[in-house]
Design a binder for this molecule. Structure first.
Ligand SMILES: [Fe+2]
Ligand SMILES: [Fe+2]
Length: 293
């Protein structure tokens, strides 16, 4: 997507726009290198004590359902694998970049509801990926991470472009149009444009980056269309399950062409909606961590 240079400068000039913590960017650089050893990953992760504690907390939670207790980063990596640890580090460090103490309270944007919506989207994306894994090459953990981070541009807008964002939210509510449409109409850019600038230097795998940037235009031709559609469907599933950012805002619609493209039926969607509450319960620890508990 081409971004208006004036807009690009505007966001680049925002002071203190968070950068990805070093532990996550370092891990990102080495994780797909076949030379990377268990010790390399353990050493990087262990440098950050608070992150390590959160990883152990997550690894021992119902979300992963590991029967025996995991007591070290080394065994967490052995049991869960590089890929899971990588997506976990990425999610946890992004939560840290937008701490709760910086939140502003508003009727239109509630940070807790935002994280619930994001987590639901990650879970629905993971369930969709698992369901169609035999037909495509989706990695469920990458799908989870893409879903979890899909609307990250909204937190940036809420924190750094508060007035603009709230004008767009108000318009979305009053005109009953989706938030991204209101953003485009009122501001000329959307939360996905903001996310594109935010994550440009992160070096994310494209399977995570592309859905974050394009989940509101899922059918545009692209090498990553399938994972983008998957994220779009997961997003709509959350709205239809009552896990939107704000119930006063209108839900995006499922595009039937998107369902056909992934060979997913409405029944698949309904069954994922049924499983969502129990999956959400198992992942409560994610929300606690996002809220700083
Ligand atoms: Fe979005
Ligand atoms: Fe969303």
């Amino acid at each position: 997507m081409s971004i208006d240079p004036a807009f690009h400068d505007k966001i680049q000039n925002i002071a203190n726009l968070p950068t990805l913590p070093q532990v996550a960017s370092h891990l990102m650089r080495i994780i797909n290198d076949p030379q990377t050893s268990l010790n390399d990953v353990t050493n990087i992760v262990s440098q950050d004590l608070s992150l390590s504690a959160k990883i152990l907390r997550l690894a021992n939670s119902a979300f992963y359902g590991i029967p025996k207790s995991i007591t070290s980063i080394n065994s967490a990596i052995v049991i869960l694998g590089f890929k899971v640890i990588h997506t976990m580090v990425l999610s946890l460090t992004v939560f840290d970049m937008f701490p709760e103490e910086n939140k502003t309270s508003s009727k239109l944007f509630n940070r807790s509801s935002f994280w619930i919506h994001s987590l639901c989207c990650g879970l629905a994306a993971k369930m969709l990926a698992t369901r169609i894994q035999n037909r495509t090459l989706f990695d469920p953990d990458e799908a989870f991470c893409a879903g979890l981070l899909h609307d990250i541009g909204k937190v940036v807008m809420e924190q750094y472009m508060h007035e603009d964002f709230h004008r767009a939210l108000k318009t979305a509510k009053e005109e009953k149009i989706p938030v991204w449409e209101a953003e485009k109409k009122i501001l000329g850019y959307t939360h996905t444009d903001i996310a594109e600038v935010l994550i440009a230097s992160w070096g994310l795998p494209l399977e995570i980056e592309m859905p974050i940037i394009r989940h509101h235009s899922p059918l545009e031709k692209n090498d990553y269309t399938d994972i983008i559609i998957l994220c779009h469907l997961a997003d709509v599933i959350c709205y239809e399950s009552g896990k939107s950012m704000n119930p006063e805002l209108i839900a995006p619609q499922i595009d039937d062409a998107a369902l056909r493209k992934l060979n997913i039926s409405r029944l698949d969607i309904e069954s994922i909606k049924e499983q969502l509450p129990s999956e959400l319960e198992k992942s409560a620890v994610y929300l606690d961590i996002a809220s700083g508990y």
